[in-house]
Design a protein. Structure first.
Length: 402
C-alpha cells in the first residue's frame, strides 16, 4: 500500500546528509565538548560550526545562539528568563490566543507567580491586528511573545511590524519561530527580534535539539543551574551529535528555501483547491495567501476529525486534526476557537502538512482517497441527514468560505 506522510508540522524525517554526520559524531567524534584533549576539541569544533550555521540563517551572531533540548525549552527559557530578569520593571506580558502550548502554558505558570498576561485575540484567518497589539501595551509591559507561523493553520504573522512596535515602546520581543525557521526568511535585526526559538526536528534534524537566539546585551535569568556550558545560560553536557545535525540541517534549509517553497506552494494550492472542489461543505482554515507553503488545514463538516484520521491511516495517509483525542482533551483546538470557528466545524478539521518527501503523486492519491472517505463517514453518520439542516443554520454564522 502507498504510504503518504503529510504531518511535517508535527515532525520530519532526519535527512540522509544529517543522519550521516550525526552518526559520525555519535561514534567517532564523540568527545565531551568541554574536554581539553583532541577528542574534546574536535567535538567543540563541531558545536561552534553549527552555531555559525544557525546564526547565518537568521542574520545573528554565533555568540547569540544558545543550544537547548528543543523549541519547548527555548520558549520556557526566553519567557521565564525575561520575566525573572525584568520583574522589577514590570509584570505584564503580551502574547496571543493562538500560541503553541509551550508558550501558553509557560505564560499560565507565570500568572500563578504574580505576572499578568494579555492573550490577544485574532481574526477569522488567525491574523493579528496591529492596533489591538498597540492598545494592549502598558507602562509595565516587559515582554511581547508572538509566534511567526501558527503550527495548526499556517498563518504567517507580521513579525516585522510587531518588532517595530516592540522597539518603539522599548519592550523585549520573543518569537516562537519553530514553524518558520529554515522555511521563511528571517532577519533578527530587520525584524527587531530580541529572542527567537527554533527546533531541529521540524527541519529534518533529530528530535531533542533546538536553540534560543538571545540578542547580545539582553538580560535573561537562567532557569537551570549546574555547569558553565553555553556560557552558563544553559548548563549540561552539550548534545554534540544533535547540535551538529541541527547546524547542517539549518544550512541546507537556507540553501534550498526558495526553490522548495515554490514547489511546496504549488503542491499545497493543488491540494487545497482539489479538496474544496471535490468535497461539498468543506472550507479552508487560516489565511489564504499569508500562509506557510506546506500547510493545508480544512474543515469538513459533519465529520469527526478522529474518525477521519483513522480512516486515512488505513489508507496509509498520516495527517493530524484540530479536534479531540489528538490533544488528549474533548475541547477542539484553541486556535480554531480563537478564530471564532464553531465547535461543529472545528471538530471536523484536518491538517495536512507537506514537506521534502511529498510528491505530486502524493497529492493525487489524497485527492482520490479523501473525498471517498468523507462521503462514507457522512453516510455512516445517523445524524448527518436528520439534523444536517438544523446544524447548518447553527453553523451559518461562522461560515468562512469566501
Ligand atoms: C513543535 C513546536 C514547538 C515545540 O518544539 P519541540 O522541539 O518539539 O519542543 C514549539 N512551538 C511550535 C510553534 C511548534 O510547532
Amino acid at each position: 500500500m502507498r504510504r503518504v506522510y503529510m504531518d511535517h508540522s508535527a515532525t520530519t524525517p532526519v535527512r540522509p546528509e544529517v543522519a550521516q554526520v550525526v552518526t559520525k559524531y555519535f561514534t567517532e567524534t564523540f568527545g565531551n565538548a568541554s574536554s581539553v584533549h583532541a577528542f574534546g576539541r574536535e567535538a567543540r569544533k563541531g558545536v561552534e560550526t553549527a552555531r555559525e550555521q544557525i546564526a547565518n540563517l537568521i542574520k545573528a551572531k554565533p555568540e547569540e545562539i544558545f543550544f537547548t533540548s528543543g523549541g519547548t525549552e527555548a520558549d520556557n527559557m526566553a519567557i521565564i528568563g525575561t520575566a525573572l530578569a525584568n520583574k522589577d520593571k514590570g509584570k505584564h506580558i503580551i502574547t496571543t490566543q493562538i500560541e503553541h502550548h509551550a508558550v501558553l502554558d509557560t505564560c499560565k505558570y507565570l500568572e500563578k507567580q504574580g505576572f499578568e498576561v494579555t492573550y490577544l485575540p485574532v481574526d477569522a484567518e488567525a491574523m493579528l491586528d496591529m492596533e489591538t497589539l498597540k492598545k494592549a501595551i502598558r507602562k509595565d509591559t516587559i515582554l511581547i511573545t508572538i509566534m511567526h507561523v501558527n503550527n495548526e493553520v499556517g498563518t504567517i504573522l507580521p513579525i516585522k511590524e510587531i518588532g517595530a512596535i516592540a522597539k518603539e515602546n522599548n519592550i523585549l520581543f520573543h518569537v516562537d519561530a519553530v514553524q518558520s525557521f529554515g522555511k521563511l526568511p528571517i532577519d533578527v535585526n530587520q525584524m527587531n527580534i530580541d529572542m527567537l526559538s527554533a527546533s531541529g526536528h521540524k527541519i529534518y534534524a533529530p528530535k531533542g535539539i533546538g536553540c534560543l537566539f538571545l540578542r547580545k546585551g539582553t538580560k535573561l535569568s537562567p532557569i537551570m543551574f549546574g555547569g558553565a556550558q553555553e556560557r552558563k545560560r544553559r548548563p549540561g553536557t552539550e548534545n554534540v551529535p544533535g547540535i551538529v545535525g541541527f547546524g547542517l540541517a539549518a544550512e541546507l534549509a537556507g540553501k534550498e528555501m526558495e526553490e522548495e517553497n515554490k514547489r511546496l506552494t504549488k503542491l499545497r494550492d493543488k491540494l487545497i483547491d482539489g479538496i474544496l472542489e471535490k468535497i461539498p461543505e468543506s472550507q479552508l482554515n487560516g489565511h489564504r495567501t499569508q500562509r506557510l507553503p506546506g500547510n493545508v488545514n480544512v474543515s469538513l463538516r459533519y465529520i469527526e476529525g478522529e474518525s477521519l484520521l483513522l480512516m486515512l491511516d488505513l489508507k496509509g495517509i498520516a495527517a493530524s486534526s484540530g479536534s479531540a483525542c489528538t490533544s488528549g482533551s474533548l475541547d477542539p483546538s484553541h486556535v480554531l476557537m480563537a478564530m471564532g470557528i464553531c465547535h461543529e466545524i472545528a471538530h471536523g478539521s484536518l491538517r495536512l502538512t507537506l514537506g521534502k518527501i511529498n510528491t505530486e503523486e502524493d497529492i493525487d492519491y489524497v485527492l482520490e482517497v479523501l473525498p471517498e472517505i468523507v462521503e462514507k463517514l457522512r453516510e455512516m453518520s445517523p445524524l448527518y441527514n436528520s439534523i444536517k439542516l438544523e446544524r447548518r443554520e447553527e453553523c451559518s454564522k461562522c461560515t468562512l468560505t469566501k
